[in-house]
Design a protein around this ligand. Structure first.
Ligand code: NAP
Length: 527
């Protein structure tokens, strides 16, 4: 194969220096125009050297800082990223095919999350470890007690990320890791690696993180997991299929490397059984479903995939959602009238089309925007898919609809006959990231929240009084937990300072009162 030397090859940052791979690499494409942009490659890199450098040099430098100093470092990263925002938006348009407001979810969402952790971390001040709860007596004599402490792990944090959030996906993980004092090695998904690489490059060039604290490896994932040692952690975001490979890797299965998995999810929206067609709850559900289907072309792990409404409102819901979706113009994100851009690649386009075919074996098409012309884009080239609303009158008999996640602007409407059935149908997703509930009845909202809490990482409960201030079904806020049980991967991220737990080890220190008093002097902050 000839090496396409005219297409720039992005360097990797590993072992404290920029290194280019020795292979031809993979070419990243503009998903709307089909044109080549940059290449990524990591062939020939000495991974063992890079992981050791991060672990030993980066880790030591970070652990020499207090939490407060590392929080200030996050603040400095925020400033670097803010100064380069225009370049990030340009890369997102070209490589992710997103309109400006969808690029913002990724770019500004990532910067906001970093800023949040910078602020939260300030409060930890000069502490070097964190106390977990109070001292506990272990016998009659109070002189010998136990104190649980959290101390930063002396390993690296390897992030293997998904293609849909090249910015937010990096920073939502890196913020709590770096604040904890753990060096980061990120391997972005190949299709959209450019934005991650550019952001890391800007931070490195600005000199605001110690050598070895932040590394980026673009391209193949081969050999990365083999580098992991017992005190390292790996945080994976992506498909359930790859998650299985990560989980069964000897690093995790045999060396007990701590592993966090964020996988796919069939998130739900639930309308109150007492809602009517002209109720506020109905309108709120319809607006949110349309937003979720169209933001980032539905390429959000948290997007609403299944919509549950009382049977009497099935037709009205289909019409209301369809009417709003009909106004969504799809095409080239550079065109001012385009509201929804493309999927990230032609490969994802094929996956979505195949997924739709699969869902249609159990569902009817209630709305399909794909008969309308694309704006300023060639349907044969652009990875553009218009929104599709599917529906079934028999969600109990359906199987595929509760199992297959189509990662695009696609959702399925399902009627329920009673409240208990609605909860049972939602749980057929076998564990999801988020469910949203739309109601005007506080008693129903509380009941639904508790019914759904154990099978969801987050329950987003919406009533008219929070319509203007609510943060959105699919928006992951740093102060709230992100993750979900079962098929969603079983992981936990964010949730404020809770996220730091993954990057710390909890130990019980059993000692005298005097020794524990001395410990408090270096670890004054209690979780
Ligand atoms: P994917 O194909 O599983 O890829 C995810 C990452 O894993 C990529 O960086 C990929 O690298 C890497 N990878 C592939 N094979 C690997 C292997 N054998 N060992 C180690 N790493 C490997 O997933 P995706 O298609 O990028 O992402 C879409 C999925 O992610 C959706 O299902 C979505 O629901 C899920 N997602 C979940 C969340 C969440 O927070 N729960 C967030 C976003 C997305 P290459 O790109 O180089 O192949």
């Amino acid at each position: 194969m000839s090496i396409p030397t005219d297409i720039p090859l992005l360097p990797n940052h590993l072992a404290g220096r920029w290194q280019t791979g020795s292979g031809p690499g993979t070419t990243l494409l503009d998903p709307v125009l089909g044109t080549p942009l940059v290449r990524v490659d990591n062939r020939g890199l000495d991974l063992a050297e890079g992981f050791s450098f991060a672990r030993d040099t980066g880790g030591a430098a970070l652990r020499a800082m207090s939490y407060g100093q590392r929080a200030a470092m996050l603040g400095a990263i925020v400033k670097v990223l803010q100064a380069n925002r225009d370049a990030y938006y340009d890369i997102a348009t070209r490589n992710c095919g997103t309109v400006t407001k969808d690029s913002a979810v990724d770019i500004d969402g990532g910067i906001f999350t970093l800023g949040y952790y910078a602020k939260q971390g300030e409060a930890l001040g000069e502490a070097r470890a964190l106390l977990d709860g109070d001292r506990i007596r272990m016998g009659k004599d109070p002189v010998f007690q136990t104190q649980h402490v959290f101390s930063p792990t002396r390993g690296v944090a390897l992030f293997i990320n998904a293609f849909n959030f090249p910015s937010w996906g990096l920073w939502e993980k890196a913020a709590p890791a770096l604040l904890s004092g753990v060096p980061v090695i990120v391997k972005p998904a190949t299709a959209t690696a450019w934005l991650t690489q550019r952001m890391v490059a800007d931070v490195i060039e600005a000199g605001v993180v110690p050598a070895g604290a932040l590394s980026v490896i673009c391209g193949s994932s081969v050999g990365l997991m083999d580098q992991l040692q017992p005190f390292d952690v790996v945080s994976f975001t992506g498909s359930a299929e790859t998650a299985r490979i990560i989980r069964s890797h000897p690093a995790v299965a045999q060396r007990s490397v701590r592993c966090n998995i964020e996988a796919d999810s069939l998130n739900s929206a639930l309308l109150d059984p007492a809602a009517t067609e002209d109720s506020e709850a109905f309108k709120l559900l319809v607006s949110e479903v349309v937003r979720e289907m169209t933001v980032k072309s539905g390429q959000k792990c948290t997007a609403i995939r299944r919509i549950f409404v009382p049977r009497a409102l099935y037709q009205a819901t289909a019409q209301a959602i369809g009417a709003k979706l009909a106004k969504c113009s799809v095409g080239n994100p550079r065109h001012e009238n385009v509201r929804m851009g493309s999927l990230v690649s032609r490969e994802q386009y094929d996956n979505v089309i195949a997924g739709l075919t699969h869902l249609k074996t159990e569902a009817d098409v209630l709305f399909d925007g794909n008969s309308t012309e694309l704006l300023d884009a060639d349907r044969a080239v652009a990875a553009c898919v218009a929104p599709v609303l599917l529906g079934t009158q028999d969600p109990v008999a359906a199987k595929v609809l509760h199992e297959v996640e189509v990662f695009g602007p696609v959702a399925t409407l399902m009627p329920y006959d009673n409240e208990a059935q609605a909860y049972a149908l939602i749980r057929r997703g076998e564990g999801s990231l988020v469910a949203s509930v739309y109601s005007e009845d506080p008693a129903f909202m509380a009941r639904a929240a508790l019914e759904l809490a154990d099978s969801h990482g987050r329950v987003h409960v919406i009533s008219p009084d929070v319509a203007a201030s609510q943060t959105g079904h699919g928006n992951v806020m740093p102060m709230s937990l992100h993750g979900g049980p079962g098929r969603a991967g079983g992981g936990e991220e964010l949730g404020g300072l809770r996220a730091m737990g993954f990057y710390h080890r909890r130990s019980a220190i059993q000692a005298s009162t005097a020794a524990l008093d001395a410990l408090v002097a270096v670890a004054p902050w209690r979780t």
